[in-house]
Design a protein around this ligand. Structure first.
Ligand code: KIV
Length: 275
């Protein structure tokens, strides 16, 4: 059954934990979808894990559309959420609606995600009015990395904690169907989860959230440039890939690959005429 923004709300009401993983291409989307993960986030993290940038700021609408299209073709049941890249919604409410519309119309996502609290509520309201479900994202919002002065846990002090709760309530009031809480102390994330009716999806926010999200390369040990504390490696796929690549090189160089079962035959009499 297709997961939707509506089934997200229902899951919270029933106390069912939600699962979300990132994917950026067709094959991975099929694997994630086949594992029964509720939602696939085409995160702007693709700037780092796929494109090799230091942060997410250089990701463009064209990058997001390209990867979202591929993921949408591979996701049958998972709700596909496309990230709105830096400067695709901060500039104006108009830009926000136009670009969210492109991610749905051209990218074939079923929802969009954008970063920020009160300051982006007019954008959330307008996108929702255009019948596009919006997932909000507060706490450590990587598009604000320069303003934060680095990847730091958010909401630790009294003022910051109060502000974060208010941000969560504001995005809920603006119409978001879910909110990602990134790098927030566990107890604060639990309090926010208890105080709002929309599901909280945690990343570095503890087990008290209504669901969890991880970048798939992180949880499969495929991205070693930077590993945040909250990442658990569920399968050593990165190491298996390295072993596979090395085994391929060895067999090609020693001549054992390709073997007879990997090759195509032809009538030898035809070949003789060519010599
Ligand atoms: O871009 C992304 O992958 C994200 C998740 C880390 C929540 O925003």
């Amino acid at each position: 059954m297709k997961n939707t923004a509506v089934t997200f709300r229902q899951a919270k009401e029933k106390g069912e934990k939600l699962t979300m993983l990132t994917a950026y291409d067709y094959s991975t989307a099929k694997l994630v979808d086949g594992a029964g993960i509720h939602s696939i986030l085409v995160g702007d993290s693709l700037g780092m894990v796929c494109l090799g940038y230091e942060d997410t700021l250089s990701v463009t609408m064209e990058d997001m559309l390209h990867h979202t299209k591929a993921v949408a073709r591979g996701a049958k049941d998972a709700l596909v959420i496309a990230d709105m890249p830096f400067m695709s919604y901060q500039t104006s409410v108009y830009d926000a609606v136009v670009n969210a519309g492109r991610l749905i119309k051209e990218g074939h996502a079923q929802a969009v995600k954008l970063e920020g609290g009160k300051e982006v509520c007019p954008q959330i309201e307008a996108i929702v009015k255009a019948s596009i479900p919006v997932c909000a994202h507060i706490g450590l919002t990587p598009q604000s990395i320069h303003a934060f002065g680095g990847f730091k846990v958010q909401g630790k002090g009294e003022e910051a904690a109060k502000k974060l709760l208010e941000e969560a309530q504001a995005v809920e009031a603006a119409g978001a169907f879910a909110v990602v809480l990134e790098c927030v102390p566990e107890a604060l994330a639990k309090l926010i989860t208890d105080k709002i009716a929309i599901p909280t999806i945690g990343i570095g926010a503890g087990a008290g959230c209504d669901g969890q999200v991880l970048v798939y390369q992180d949880m499969l040990g495929m991205y070693a440039d930077f590993t945040p504390k909250f990442v658990k490696v569920f399968a050593g796929v990165g190491e298996e890939m390295r072993k596979g690549f090395a085994a391929y090189k060895k067999e090609v160089q020693e001549g054992s690959f390709p073997a007879p079962e990997h090759t195509f035959k032809m009538d030898e009499s035809i070949l003789e005429k060519l010599y």
